[in-house]
Design a protein around this ligand. Structure first.
Ligand SMILES: Cc1cc2nc3c(=O)[nH]c(=O)nc-3n(C[C@H](O)[C@H](O)[C@H](O)COP(=O)(O)OP(=O)(O)OC[C@H]3O[C@@H](n4cnc5c(N)ncnc54)[C@H](O)[C@@H]3O)c2cc1C
Length: 366
């Protein structure tokens, strides 16, 4: 039998951030993940600077041994239409590789890990929890992503939820393409659907090209992603002889009401398991880190009494942080949304200040 105070199930950014905070306060915490790290995760690998700031990561130190691509420029527009170029002339975001980034965060958590084993059996006991018949914990943190087993235990039904669906392919550019590539490193292309319900992206980070498409609610994602990739190949943005091997995933935008129940007796959900990503941009890494830290703080303050009412402050922290800033998707009629989208995305000022600064870079929150 293995025993810990806190068992974090899932070692992605949410789980490792939660564990790191707890471990730094001397709490016996164990992170388990069904994968062995480094492991990959379908993602564009775009992080806003707050992620590094929150985790105390010095970009120079991180970037000295791993890919850290500063982002300064955007090309944005409606899909298959003209683009507006916005050059911030300074670093406003970064590109990372998830295999490297998540591995780094997990190592930085500074606590024991149990990798290569899925949490398959979750049983509530008189003293807390028994996982896989051999791990005992007083409290568990569900950090297993959209299909987290703790979320399922708490009643989430991923197949029946209205989710963002996104597909992505990431590949290393052949040597011959590095100097002739149409897209310079550090430039992000964003191509929005006519009603702003989704967007495709193309993103060069170092010698990697990342292409993908996400939409909410996620209908027809595969066909739209394939069409988008084919368009980029015809345009010469993706080498014709490279076949994007697309991988997809679902996740939930944050909802003030009607989302997953994030607290139970002896259990909390964080990151994608809780459904906290940004409804505007789909950014999930920053809210994963933030929610992981909020959950850790709540656990510390509960001081060993993990009944539901002692963990409720976590829900309030989420509301306080995300509720005020991240409204639900616009519910205006489709025609109106299309007119607004065309007007916004053809205007350089609105693109910079509303789409980029407000929706994607949350510059007004810093
Ligand atoms: C195509 C795509 C592109 C995206 N691009 C971006 C982007 O550029 N920037 C951004 O901020 N966000 C992006 N996101 C969202 C972002 O990837 C997620 O919000 C983020 O990874 C959430 O982190 P997490 O720690 O909650 O979950 P995850 O990163 O999914 O980690 C969950 C972990 O739990 C483990 N696990 C699952 N089940 C079990 C189990 N039963 N037992 C043990 N372990 C288990 C998994 O192996 C995994 O390691 C993108 C999402 C998609 C789908």
């Amino acid at each position: 039998m293995q025993r810990c105070e806190v068992l974090v199930i899932g070692g992605g950014p949410a789980g490792s951030s939660c564990a790191r905070f707890l471990a730094s306060e001397g709490v016996p915490v164990l992170v388990m993940d069904r994968e062995r790290f480094p492991r990959d995760k379908p993602c564009a690998g775009w992080i806003t600077p707050e992620v590094l700031a929150l985790l105390g990561i010095d970009p120079a130190v991180y970037g000295s041994e791993r890919l850290l691509q500063p982002i300064r420029e955007f090309r944005t527009g409606l899909m298959y239409r003209d683009e507006v170029v916005t050059d911030f002339a300074h670093t406003v975001s970064y590109g990372i590789l998830r295999s490297e980034f998540d591995h780094y965060l997990l190592q930085a958590a500074g606590c024991p890990t149990l990798l290569g084993e899925a949490a398959a059996k979750i049983v509530r006991t008189a003293n807390g929890w028994l996982i896989n018949d051999r791990i005992e914990a007083a409290v568990i943190v569900g950090a297993g992503g959209h299909h987290c087993p703790v979320a399922a235990f708490m009643g989430a039904a991923p197949g029946r939820e209205s989710a963002i669906l996104a597909m992505v392919a990431e590949f290393r550019l052949p040597e011959r393409e590095l100097s002739v590539s149409f897209l310079p490193p550090g430039c992000v292309e964003l191509h929005f659907t006519p009603d702003l319900s989704g967007y495709g992206w193309l993103f060069r980070k170092g010698c990697y090209l990342n292409v993908g498409f996400g939409i909410y609610p996620g209908s027809g994602v595969r066909v739209q992603t394939q069409d988008f990739c084919a368009h980029l190949q015809l345009r010469g943005d993706i080498p014709l002889d490279l076949t994007p091997h697309l991988k997809g995933h679902a996740y939930l935008p944050y909802r003030r009401t009607g989302g997953r129940d994030v607290v139970a007796d002896g259990a909390l959900l964080v990151g994608d398991a809780a459904g906290v990503s940004s409804p505007q941009s789909g950014e999930g890494i920053l809210p994963a880190v933030e929610s992981g830290r909020m959950a850790a703080r709540t656990i510390l303050e509960a001081a060993g009494d993990y009944r539901r009412e002692r963990l409720e402050p976590y829900r309030d922290s989420l509301k306080k942080r995300f509720g005020a800033h991240r409204a639900d998707a616009p519910s205006a009629p489709a025609t109106l949304r299309k007119l607004a989208a065309a007007a916004i995305l053809s205007n350089g000022w609105l693109t910079r200040h509303l789409v980029l600064d407000h929706w994607f870079l949350h510059a007004d929150e810093t």
